[in-house]
Design a protein around this ligand. Sequence first.
Ligand SMILES: Nc1nc2c(CCNCC3CCCC3)c3[nH]c(NCCc4ccccc4)nc3cc2c(=O)[nH]1
Length: 371
Amino acid sequence: MAAFPFEIEATDGKARTGVLKTPRGDIRTPAFMPVGTAATVKAMTVDQVKDTGADIILGNTYHLMLRPSAERVKRLGGLHKFMRWDKPILTDSGGFQVMSLSGISKLTEEAVTFSSHVDGSKHVLTPERSIEIQADLLGSDIVMQLDECVAWPAEEARARKGMELSARWAKRSKDAFGTRDTQVLFGIQQGSTFENLRRESSERLREIGFDGYAIGGLAVGEGHQAMCEVLDYAPGFLPEDRPRYLMGVGKPIDLVEAVARGVDMFDCVLPTRSGRHGQAWTWDGPINLKNAKYAEDETPLDPDSDCPASRDYSKAYLRHLFKAEEILGQVLLSWHNIAFFQALTAAMRAAIAEGRFEQFRRDFAARHLGG
Ligand SMILES: Nc1nc2c(CCNCC3CCCC3)c3[nH]c(NCCc4ccccc4)nc3cc2c(=O)[nH]1
């Protein structure tokens, strides 16, 4: 019996809508998970994040093990208490962040060793240590195996090596995790853009057995089309009765096209990162609020939204805040963008439940990409 029941309430083609039930609360899928890298969803309070409708956020092993250290978070009561977020938290295992953030790093069968981008100190991440940090010290609800995300493009032989290492680390992660009744472990499918490797990766993960399955190794530069081509088959290799989480994705159109191919969960820094730089995501596509055309535009970003940042402030005011480099601009736009991503997933859940997802998908693309 899975530790977290996943109830699929409706399907429409390959798209699914359901609920992943956890001791800290239900996660409605399709779900967008805001990224809370250093124990904060940047520029937002946890009450604002909750206000957007987010059911779960991400925490980050890599950042928190470097600062303030996982042991200190543990001594302070764990990540939920530390940051005052009482709903579910999913933590990534840290390997991906090492490869993309830290300077010197070495990857062997045993571990990833690296020097901190904060103070240059040396650190070691093994599958076992990552599980200890996530499950025992941070106390996250959904734990990710340590994996190797192979850079794109990759030769098949290189992609196979990374997939097989990740599969061996999946086993070590599962053994270290053991059986727990209030936390779960997700495996991560690898294999770059090779269908046979993706299938093999999935078979190895299913043999080991996980409560949920992530699709890794994508959104690494391959582009929307190539990602969709992999998603035409990769989700289907994973158990259909367990959640499928596409890591690091993505733009609104990526979410819609991935849901159409059977994906349930997403995370991306895009809404918060682009918000801090003045980019607002809307049903009519992204807009850059620093653009002079908004200088006297008194309309809000979305008058129909229940998010104050989207409904109550004029584009003229938001533009002013960015031109004046006022912190409030970053706060309001992060809030708006997260609220938009939550409104998008809520609209997809409703469309699937009502059997009209294909129409939603066509209408969304026409309006959002229409220009
Ligand atoms: N374990 C693991 N993590 C991956 C991640 C990190 C997901 N977010 C983690 C959060 C935890 C805290 C930080 C992030 C990925 N992120 C991306 N693309 C991001 C692309 C992107 C980059 C910048 C802006 C927008 C999109 N591909 C990913 C692949 C993997 C993977 O195979 N394995």
